[in-house]
Design a protein around this ligand. Structure first.
Ligand SMILES: [Fe+2]
Ligand SMILES: [Fe+2]
Length: 278
């Protein structure tokens, strides 16, 4: 129970902009992405990385090309697959052309099994809008996919969190009819639902399954800004997802923080702890 069978890293809301620009004239989102990739390499045990939407801030070709260049370099160096997912800032045709050398405007939904762990990536975007939903066809596809369990269970990823939000703005920008998704997920082998979009870390439950919102690679939404205000503050995060035989956990990891309080080998720490306990 204490050793995960699979670890994957979720990087959400990368909001990559073209080279030479900063997001909101403030944030170097590419530097944050590279810091997250560096952390994945240092960890050394991840089996995959999943990028959970809002990959390019304005869905422009230059930003997708920039992102892809860094992803390809990372995959070449580490051998780790990086899974792409749509968010409301992305556009399906530009996303496909820039990242997948493909065409089409249908939802980008797929399933990938990595060492027995299934990762289902679904496109909760609605073209021309910022809220999220799944069509009946998408839910039918998901139901069919989940009919066969995967050896190590399933991580289900979508951009829009299927749970209530403390941010009033999410009334309009959130995921609609989560109960229809709950009906499909209930009783399946899905161990955790992971999402992004809100730009703050949070946890909830849907159909008895833990739901996680990853902090964003870009910046953080201040959930204490007050009922009629919206405030983005500096701070990036990614998420370590650990899958165990009976459960799964999500752990928020700050990105780009370099100040160390302490560091040593685990055996040094254990020796120190033993000394204190006398
Ligand atoms: Fe976002
Ligand atoms: Fe979003």
């Amino acid at each position: 129970m204490t050793v995960p069978t699979h670890t994957i890293v979720q990087i959400s809301d990368t909001h990559i902009v073209e080279e030479g620009k900063l997001l909101h004239d403030k944030v170097d989102t590419t530097a944050n992405l590279l810091a997250s990739f560096g952390a994945v390499e240092e960890l050394g045990t991840a089996k995959a990385v999943v990028l959970t939407g809002d990959l390019a801030d304005t869905a422009d070709a230059a930003a997708y090309q920039r992102l892809r260049g860094h992803v390809d370099e990372f995959t070449e160096r580490t051998g780790l697959p990086v899974l792409y997912m749509m968010g409301n800032h992305d556009e399906r045709a530009a996303f496909r052309a820039g990242l997948l050398d493909a065409e089409g405007t249908e939802p980008y939904d797929y399933s990938r099994t990595i060492d027995g762990l299934r990762v289902i990536v679904m496109d909760s975007t609605v073209p021309g809008h910022h809220h999220g939903e799944f069509s009946g066809e998408q839910l039918a596809w998901l139901k069919n996919e989940l009919a066969t369990p995967a050896p190590a269970g399933t991580v289900f990823a979508l951009h829009h969190p299927p749970m209530p939000s403390p941010l009033p703005i999410m009334e309009d920008l959130g995921f609609r009819e989560p109960e229809k998704l709950a009906e499909v997920l209930r009783g399946t082998d899905v161990k955790i639902v992971v999402s992004g979009h809100a730009h703050h870390a949070a946890a909830g439950v849907l159909a008895g399954i833990p739901v996680w919102i990853s902090g964003a690679n870009a910046y953080t939404q201040d959930v204490l800004a007050g009922p009629d205000r919206i405030r983005g503050i500096v701070g990036a995060a990614c998420t370590r997802i650990d899958v165990y035989p009976e459960t799964a956990t999500a752990t928020s990891v700050p990105v780009g923080v370099s100040d160390t309080v302490y560091e040593g080998s685990i055996s040094d720490m254990m020796a120190m702890a033993a000394e204190y306990s006398h």
